[in-house]
Design a protein around this ligand. Sequence first.
Ligand code: GDP
Length: 210
Amino acid sequence: MSDQRAEDPLVIRSLEFIGGMAKAGGWRPEPSLPEIAFAGRSNVGKSSLLNRLVRRKAFARVSRTPGRTRELNFFRVNDDMVLVDLPGYGYARISKERKADWKPLIEGYLGSSPALRGVVQLLDVRREPTEDDLDMLDFLAELGAPTVVVVTKTDKLTRTAAAARVRELATALGLDEEQIISFSAVTGAGRDELAAAIQSLVAQPSWRET
Ligand code: GDP
């Protein structure tokens, strides 16, 4: 156990909710620490992934409290980075008008935050990427933002079937398989790989400055 601890790429020493951004151009924390944003459709497993990542059972619960589900929620980790939980988008039951809400908020933040170092884009292993997922990936590619794609809920398939799905998704999205992290919030698979990917994004200067 202690050996594994020593090799944890992201040891959480402190974790603090610092606030939410409710509308485009609204309040946001001072952009003094590197920011990593997490994007995905509602129900993709984003809260579960965040809880696993920081090893707290109910960490992402704050993002689910009434009034916060459609905000960008900022969490400071170890006084050296800020995790930004973007609102889950594209829920099937949400009307077209609702959909119009999240785009300016999410894209406004991603398009302007001077502290943003990268985006973790989540996709469900058992689902085809939606139009919203593809829009999001296109938006990130246009922006030039470093993006890590994480395929969630891989425990729902056998190891072989999950690996085959990752290959299919890589082909469909025009990515290398190595650019995709397989993740399960149930087993913890992929947690350390994701933590290491985040650390390397944080260690790079902002792509906006280059
Ligand atoms: P969010 O809406 O993206 O924050 O998604 P949640 O984290 O709330 O997860 C949505 C549903 O998927 C919940 O019922 C979770 O228990 C389930 N879920 C999330 N991650 C996993 C996973 O890795 N494996 C399995 N089997 N279920 C998961």
